[in-house]
Design a protein around this ligand. Structure first.
Ligand code: MG
Ligand code: MG
Ligand code: MG
Length: 309
């Protein structure tokens, strides 16, 4: 049976290109494997669509039921992030760079997780170890994923291994200027024209339970805050509406990845507590926090501290 390789739900560039890359690696080792994703091509995010087009990669097919299949997981190992039927599929491999999730197996499998910035970085090592050449188009996808996941090396999740992988992959992919590639992806990802404010808020949004209080944090990564100047009022209105729907606090991180900082929009029952969390004062409902790039590493921990979690 051919192995179906699939990344997490609501796929990002890493989970799409890593499915393509692991399928290619398995093929290179003589195993039948095919890349899938958990959505239809038409629903793929603008950044990943741009990457696939630039490197001439075919979008993975839609996998909506994993039951009875042999499955390899990339960029996740949580059942909740998998396709329907994953609990009755046979998981044969996991390649990831997140905390270990709750997927279990009955027999030993290939399990490879490393604390690096991107699954693409782990796969780059696996190609080398296997002595399998990375196809040019696949290298382009892996390269893009590393730049995206590490925010062009600026995220605190970025490691030396990610930089080494990029140095090798850019040569194979024929990309001279990785900054230019990153900006192309960023422009696609941060295009806001014609997108309703609430959709922008929910594009990359997570709710957290902090000591019984519901806290929402959305993030928009932008090439410049000018991109959202015209729709900023609508965005704040959307944040207020989501806050009014049973939440203690909603934050929207407007992250300027060029200036390396975040304009943090705050709507909260306890503004003073949020100011304390970040050691900053609100001016007109937001605060600029220099160096803030990562929700996972910089925003959520500060909130957990002041909420006593
Ligand atoms: Mg991912
Ligand atoms: Mg990833
Ligand atoms: Mg991400």
């Amino acid at each position: 049976m051919a192995i179906s390789v699939v990344g997490h739900a609501n796929p990002d560039t890493d989970s799409v290109t890593s499915a393509i890359a692991l399928a290619a690696l398995l093929n290179g080792q003589g195993q039948e494997a095919k890349a899938y994703m958990q959505i239809a091509e038409a629903d793929l995010n603008p950044e990943s669509t741009t990457v696939l087009k630039r490197f001439g990669l075919k979008a993975p097919e839609f996998l909506n039921d994993a039951a009875g299949k042999e499955i390899a997981l990339v960029d996740f190992s949580d059942l909740a992030q998998g396709p329907a039927g994953l609990d009755s599929a046979k998981v044969v491999a996991v390649v990831d760079h997140h905390k270990i999730g709750d997927v279990t197996t009955n027999s030993p499998i290939l399990f490879r997780a490393e604390p690096v910035g991107c699954t693409g970085t782990v796969l780059n090592k696996m190609f080398k170890e296997a002595g399998v050449a990375i196809p040019k188009d696949v290298a382009g996808g892996m390269l893009s994923a590393i730049l995206s996941d590490t925010v062009n090396f600026k995220s605190p999740t970025c490691t030396e291994d990610d930089k080494v992988a990029v140095a090798g992959l850019k040569v194979i992919a024929g990309v001279e200027d990785t900054d230019e590639l990153f900006m192309q992806m960023l422009k696609a990802k941060s295009a806001v024209d014609g997108v309703p404010a609430k959709d922008l808020l929910f594009r990359d949004y997570k709710d957290f339970d902090m000591n019984g209080k519901k806290i929402g944090v959305g993030q928009l990564e932008l090439a410049s805050l000018d991109q959202i100047a015209a729709c900023r009022e609508d965005l704040v209105k959307a944040v207020k509406e989501v806050k009014a729907d049973g939440r203690h606090t909603v934050l929207l991180m407007l992250t300027d990845v060029v200036k390396e900082g975040t304009d943090l929009v705050v709507i909260s029952d306890d503004v003073a507590l949020i100011e304390k969390a970040f050691g900053c004062k609100l001016v007109d409902g937001s605060m600029w926090i220099d160096g803030m790039m990562s929700r996972k590493k910089q925003t959520v921990p500060n909130l957990q501290d002041v909420f006593g979690c």
